[in-house]
Write a protein that binds this ligand. Structure first.
Ligand code: ADP
Ligand code: MG
Length: 328
């Protein structure tokens, strides 16, 4: 059996916080004990409120910062402790697209320079080959070759994000981490860029880890969805299962907040009570217990583990909630 493209095992990323006078050292547990397996060709959605650790997980996979604990495997190879030099060849294979294309592009560089940059790093291509590849990738992302001569400020937000996508794909990566890639764009161009990402994934058989706080975007694009809350995955399922029969009260609350186009459609709206707790002082027991409409004494004392269970149709999913663990 071949290894999955990406495997995240029990990964933790804690940010140390300065010692409070006289007190203990504390840490923000931005990502805590996360497990996730991504097979080649899949689109996995990662959702959750702002601050729940989505970007941290993305950056941890790319090893843009150190890992506090756990393992990251790429093609079955443990890359967790790789040095920057060891990571270099892998950086061609794993790319990231950030939310803000304006910040991602150097304002002083023409598009051509930005798009070709990943090829420059490899040192494998002649100037002619690079120009040819740049022209081809522009066509693939729906921009004219003339765009290569432009500066970022001469383009619209949608065009800039297409340039960022071109740069991410020019060197044929296998895994693309998309961190809120359409959230900063005008609503009018969001669906065009989403469709582009979808088409590119199909044509190039790419694998995406697609990070978004927008559940309708994730429903449109992804095959499977992981829901995060305060650094942990609380539910993981195929899209159909997750949107059709969400199990975790947090997932249910998130889904109930999506506006429905049909004003006559009845929908139970679950309002999340209370503020998102501070990750510096997370609740005891289940992290969601302070806001959960169904929390019982056990939930405030003990933390449920992410546990696999089977739907009546045989499909496997996971949830971290005592309400759904009797069946196991
Ligand atoms: P999301 O992408 O889901 O909005 P982030 O991964 O950006 O969440 O942040 C997760 C948590 O980690 C937040 O509480 C955030 O304040 C904290 N955090 C993120 N980056 C840092 C950092 N460099 N130093 C300290 N805390 C950080
Ligand atoms: Mg983020």
């Amino acid at each position: 059996m071949t290894a999955p493209l990406l495997e995240i095992r029990n990964v933790k990323k804690y940010y140390p916080v300065k010692k409070v006078r006289g007190g203990e050292d504390i840490a923000v547990k931005a990502v805590d004990q996360v497990n996730l397996t991504v097979e080649q060709g899949e689109i996995i959605g990662l959702v959750g409120e702002s601050g729940c650790g989505k970007s941290t997980l993305g950056k941890t996979i790319l090893k843009l910062h150190s890992v506090t604990g756990g393992q990251i495997l790429f093609h079955g190879e443990d890359i967790t402790r790789y040095s920057e030099k060891q990571m270099r060849p892998l950086r061609e294979k794993i790319q990231i697209i950030f939310q803000d294309p304006y910040a991602a592009l150097n304002p002083k560089k023409k598009v051509l320079q930005s798009v070709m940059a990943p090829l420059d790093v490899t040192g494998r291509y002649s100037r002619e080959e690079k120009l040819k590849k740049a022209a081809a990738i522009m066509e693939e992302v729906g921009l004219s070759e003339k765009t290569l001569e432009k500066f970022p400020h001469e383009m619209s937000g949608g065009q800039r994000q297409r340039v960022v996508i071109a740069r991410a794909l020019i060197n044929d990566p296998e895994l693309v981490i998309c961190d809120e890639p359409v959230s900063a764009l005008d609503v009018s161009v969001r669906s065009q860029v989403l469709n582009l990402l979808k088409d590119l994934q199909r044509e190039r058989n790419l694998t995406y880890l697609f990070i978004s706080h927008d559940l309708s975007v994730v429903e449109y694009l992804c095959d499977k969805v992981a829901v995060m809350y305060l650094g942990r995955i609380v539910e993981y399922a195929d899209k159909r299962q997750l949107y059709g029969s969400p199990l975790h009260p947090y997932t249910r609350a998130l889904l109930s907040a999506i506006p429905v186009p049909d004003i006559h459609a009845k929908k139970e709206e679950i309002i999340l009570e209370g503020e998102l707790p501070s990750p510096l002082d997370p609740p005891k027991g289940c992290l969601f217990s302070t806001r959960c409409p169904r929390a019982a004494d056990r939930c405030r004392a003990e933390a449920p583990r992410l546990t696999e269970l089977q739907d009546p149709d045989g499909a496997v999913r996971s949830v971290a909630c005592f309400l759904h663990q009797e069946r196991n």
